[in-house]
Structure formats: C-alpha cells, structure tokens
Write a protein that binds this ligand. Structure first.
Ligand SMILES: [Zn+2]
Length: 238
C-alpha cells in the first residue's frame, strides 16, 4: 500500500511539468495550462480543409498573442518563442482523435518536412518543426522540399486566385523518399488560403504512386490560421 502510494507520487512527479507559456505548474503532461490554452487560441482538433490530396490543420486561431509570438520569432529572432511554437504544434497533434489515423502508426514511419525558406532567408519554420518531430520521435527531413523558382511573398497578395497563380508549380519534392513512410506532416507557420500547402500536395502527387497515396499520407499543419486580409507587417508587431 505504502509502496503503491510512493510509486504514484514518483509517477506524478515525473509527469509534472510547467506551462510552456506562463510556467505555471502542470501535472498531467500537457503543454499549456487552461488559461494559456484559451489565451493562445488553441483549436479543436479538426481539419480546416480536407481535399483528396491532403488535409490542412492549424493549431491555433489567429489572435494578438499568437501574432506577437509568431512575428517576434519571424522578424526579431526571439528564441524564447521556439518552445511555445513547437508546444502549440505538439499539443494540437496530441489532441487529434484516434480516427485521424495518427495514434496507430509507429513514430519511425512518420516524417516531418518544413516548408523551406526562400532564397537567402533563414528557415524559421525549421526551428520549431524539428522540435515537434523530436518530441514524437518522428523522422525529420528539412532537405526534401525545395523551391523551384522564386515567388512573391504570399502575404503581399490579397486574393486567393492570385495567390494560387503565384505559387503554382513552385515546390519540388526530392524523389524516392516518401514511399517508405505511412504519414508525412508538412509544417508551416501560417496558413491563410492553404495555397502553399496545396502546392506542397501537388509536389507530393507528382512523386506518389497514385493520387490516393498522397491523400492518405499527407497532412499539413500550420501554427495558426490567419484570415485573408488580416495579414500584418512586422512593423505593426512591436
Ligand atoms: Zn499557462
């Protein structure tokens, strides 16, 4: 009896952690306390868009706190935001129901690929996408997707059709790699119209054995979903 209680206490101590955002003590292995969960706008685990070639998810709904974290990371190199960003992806991913198919696959059969940086830019996605992959024991390959040509920044284009034209046929996937994986997660910071993810899905389709293979394997995950027209400039952040 005493031993059982002791073991329970040790288990509890091992499982305890602090909220990634406010550092309040937590006891059930979750990443964010309920207050921060709400503050950061964590979404219910449900795809924003499901198409035959992929499903698109976002961990949070855009809000002033996410704006500050994401743009601080992107434009001001705030390294303290990296665990928060990877924590948001991780917590969202963990909340996906078994029906999503992610609870049954072996971690080594899952691959995480970040959307690559544009020419001359550092990859900001890589820093938190790699942490998320490490958390779950997934494979991580930042070298598989690359830009075939330069595109205009999507956030400067304000209609869906022009965004799709801008990004069409711009991503290239290294051949012969994805066939060994059951699931592939493509990670980006922001999704608005889903155009970048749909272009990634096109690149995957050109490498897949069948269109169904891409649809079954590919999941796109962004930190946040920004409504079209709500894009912000770095100067507005702080
Ligand atoms: Zn908190």
């Amino acid at each position: 009896m005493f031993i059982d209680t002791f073991i329970d206490k040790v288990k509890l101590a091992l499982a305890s952690s602090t909220c990634v955002y406010c550092e309040q003590k937590l006891q059930d292995g979750i990443k964010f306390c309920s207050r921060c969960h709400e503050k950061l706008g964590l979404r219910q685990p449900k795809a924003i868009l499901s198409s035959p070639s992929c499903s698109i998810h976002a961990a949070t709904n855009f809000n002033p706190n996410i704006k500050r974290i994401l743009y601080g990371h992107k434009f001001y190199n705030r390294v303290e935001h990296i665990p928060v960003l990877s924590g948001l992806l991780t917590q969202y991913w963990e909340s996906l129901p078994p029906s999503s198919g992610f609870k049954v696959v072996h971690p080594e059969n899952v691959l995480v690929i970040p959307i690559p940086p544009h020419h001359g830019e550092l990859s900001r996605i890589e820093l938190f996408a790699s942490q998320m992959a490490r958390h779950f024991g997934y494979d991580y390959r930042p070298d598989l997707l690359s830009w075939m040509r330069e595109i205009k920044p999507q956030h400067r284009i304000h209609d869906k059709k022009t965004r799709l034209q801008n990004i069409s046929q711009s991503l290239y996937l290294k051949s012969g790699v994805i066939s060994g994986y059951e699931k592939v997660i493509v990670v980006d910071d922001i999704t608005t119209t889903g155009a970048t993810f749909m272009e990634a899905a096109r690149a995957f389709r050109s490498e897949a054995a069948s269109p169904e293979e891409t649809g079954n394997k590919l999941v796109c995950l962004a930190v946040t979903r920004v409504p079209l027209g709500a894009q912000i400039r770095a100067a507005e952040v702080e």
